[in-house]
Design a protein around this ligand. Structure first.
Ligand SMILES: O=C(O)CCC(=O)C(=O)O
Length: 210
C-alpha cells in the first residue's frame, strides 16, 4: 500500500511465527551483554524508549553514528544479525527498493513510550541522497504512527502500525518527518506473550557498488 510516493505500508507482513522468533531475538539482545538503555539527547531530555543499536551506534548527543557507545557506556554496538539484515532486504524488495542494511535501531516502547516527530538524516550523505530506504518492522502493541512531509510544519497523517506490519520509506519519502504519538497498551497478539512494542528500523549507512 503506497501511502505517499516512496512510502509503503505493508500490513501483516510477518507471520505470527516470524514475529515470535523476532521477539525472542529482541529480548535476548536488549537484555544481553550490551543492553538497551534510555538515551539522553542533546538538550538533556530522556527519550521515551529503550534503545539498542546494532551494526553502528547512534549517539543521542552528537546525532552521529559511531562504533562504540561513547554517550553511554563505551561498549561496542553488537553486530547486526544476518537473519534480520536479510529480512530487511526482502521487505525493501517487496516495496520495489533495494536495501543492504548495515545497521538497525531497535527500540522498545513501554505503555507510555513515544517518539517525537523527526527526520532520519544521520546516515551517510550518499545513502540519503540516493534515497536508500529505511525499513521498519513493528511487533507487539499497536503504535499510532505519524507521517508528515519534508518540513516539520507540513500536515501529518496518523495511522496504526500493528504487530507484524512493515513500513518502508525511501526515494522521495526518505526524509519525511515521522514519529510515534502513543502506544495502545494491551493490543499485542496474546500469542507473543509481550506487553509493549519492539520497533526495528533498518538503515544503510554506507553506499557501495553491487
Ligand atoms: O517506532 C517507530 O515506528 C518509529 C521509530 C523511528 O522513528 C526511529 O527509530 O527513527
Amino acid at each position: 500500500m503506497e501511502i505517499a510516493p516512496g512510502a509503503f505500508h505493508l500490513p501483516g507482513y510477518l507471520s505470527l511465527d516470524a514475529q515470535r522468533a523476532i521477539v525472542e531475538q529482541c529480548r535476548a539482545l536488549v537484555d544481553g551483554a550490551v543492553p538497551a538503555y534510555v538515551p539522553v539527547v542533546r538538550g538533556g531530555g530522556k527519550m521515551h524508549v529503550r534503545m539498542l543499536c546494532l551494526g553502528r551506534h547512534w549517539n543521542g548527543k552528537t546525532y552521529e553514528y559511531e562504533p562504540t557507545r561513547t554517550d553511554f557506556d563505551n561498549l561496542p554496538a553488537p553486530p547486526l544479525p544476518g537473519n534480520l539484515k536479510a529480512l530487511a532486504g526482502e521487505i525493501a524488495a517487496s516495496a520495489g527498493m533495494t536495501l543492504d542494511a548495515d545497521l538497525c535501531i531497535l527500540n522498545y516502547y513501554e505503555a507510555d513510550g513515544r517518539m517525537g516527530l523527526h527526520q532520519d538524516k544521520d546516515e551517510g550523505e550518499q545513502s540519503i541522497a540516493a534515497g536508500i530506504p529505511v525499513v521498519s518492522i513493528s511487533i507487539g502493541d499497536t503504535a499510532r504512527f505519524l507521517f508528515g512531509g519534508l518540513k516539520r510544519k507540513e500536515p501529518v497523517e496518523a495511522f496504526a502500525l500493528e504487530s507484524g506490519d512493515a513500513f518502508v520509506f525511501g526515494g522521495p519519502a526518505r526524509l519525511r518527518y515521522h514519529g510515534v504519538s502513543r502506544i495502545l497498551p494491551g493490543t499485542s497478539p496474546p500469542e507473543l506473550g509481550i506487553s509493549g512494542r519492539f520497533n526495528l528500523t533498518f538503515r544503510q549507512y554506507d553506499v557501495h557498488d553491487v
